[in-house]
Design a protein around this ligand. Structure first.
Ligand SMILES: Cc1cc2nc3c(=O)[nH]c(=O)nc-3n(C[C@H](O)[C@H](O)[C@H](O)COP(=O)(O)OP(=O)(O)OC[C@H]3O[C@@H](n4cnc5c(N)ncnc54)[C@H](O)[C@@H]3O)c2cc1C
Length: 278
């Protein structure tokens, strides 16, 4: 009888220990599990426009709700999404866009969009009102971000080409373990065309030993102290890290600018591995 009693106590102890281990493991997986992203690479999914903020006469910030307040978009850093709309004659158009938000922004994502008078997808965004839905598919893109993957990034952006740079910059600066230095050259036609200027300037002040920016304007206002004209080889030499195996220069802008920048970078000795075009 005593043997039976002691076995019973042992069995209960083992059962309690097993339940505790099981519950602990389940809790660990629950708290460490990354929330699943909402994007679908194969199918367009619709997201509701909940806020539209005009930033200038042709630029607006569009805030879209994710399916629940706890949802995350699930877009890897530096990748983009395909957005589908209709142009002014009702034909379908699909174009790439990079949100300015990260997966640390829960329950929504934001796009900063410049609308060109003749632009096909621009027409769709111009017409969008709060309560409308945008069809989005993704993620797309070849850029793979790993913290500290290089010692320094040079970034050359033109116009709306700032959005992927802004996303990568935010991800690096918001990660205290990522020590990557960032040198951004950002070109526009006029001062008013500069997108996200306040946000970029704030980051440059807060992270002054890790991030700096050099603005270049084609038609600068009087008293302008930044670069003037088009981005030159000399500007790249002065404001980007020199060629090295642990350096990469990212570029994103209109096609003629990308072509000109690729030629400058090649002439300055940056190998193909040291360059990336979004
Ligand atoms: C990776 C990636 C991310 C992008 N992210 C964004 C983003 O976050 N926000 C955003 O607004 N755009 C972004 N773009 C640009 C976007 O994909 C479209 O090219 C842009 O919205 C214009 O499309 P559209 O159909 O309106 O113009 P289109 O019909 O293609 O062009 C019509 C006319 O618009 C003018 N135009 C178009 N594009 C440009 C340009 N880049 N520079 C100067 N004039 C131009 C030209 O006059 C052109 O003839 C991104 C592009 C890439 C490659």
């Amino acid at each position: 009888m005593e043997i039976f009693q002691s076995h019973r106590v042992e069995m209960i102890s083992i059962a309690v220990a097993l339940v505790a281990i099981g519950a602990g493991t389940a809790f660990y997986f629950y708290i460490t599990k990354k929330p699943k992203g909402c994007l679908d690479p194969e199918n367009f999914k619709e997201y509701k426009l909940v806020k539209r903020t005009e930033l200038s006469h042709n630029v607006a910030k569009f805030k879209f709700a994710l399916p629940t307040p706890n949802s995350v978009l699930g877009l890897p850093i530096g990748q983009h999404m395909s957005c589908r709309g209709q142009d002014s004659v009702g034909e379908e158009v699909v174009k790439p866009y990079t949100p300015t938000t990260l997966d640390s922004d829960i329950g929504y994502f934001e796009l900063v969009i410049k609308m060109y008078p003749q632009g096909r997808m621009s027409h769709h965004f111009s017409e969008m009102r709060e309560g409308d839905y945008l069809a989005v598919k993704g993620p797309k893109g070849r850029f793979k971000y790993q913290p500290n993957q290089v010692r320094a990034f040079g970034m050359i952006a033109g116009g709306t080409g700032i959005t992927p740079m802004f996303q990568v910059t935010r991800a690096i600066l918001e990660n205290p373990d990522d020590k990557t230095k960032i040198h951004l050259i950002y070109a526009n036609v006029t001062y008013e065309d500069i997108l996200l200027k306040e946000e970029i300037d704030n980051l440059a002040i807060i992270f002054s030993n890790q991030f700096n920016v050099y603005y270049v304007l084609n038609q600068p206002p009087e008293g302008w102290e930044g670069g003037m004209g088009f981005i030159s080889k000399e500007m790249i030499q002065s404001h980007c890290p020199p060629p090295a195996l642990d350096v990469q220069i990212l570029r994103c802008g209109p096609p003629p600018m990308n072509k000109a920048m690729a030629a400058h970078l090649n002439d300055l000795g940056y190998t193909a591995q040291m360059q990336f075009q979004f």
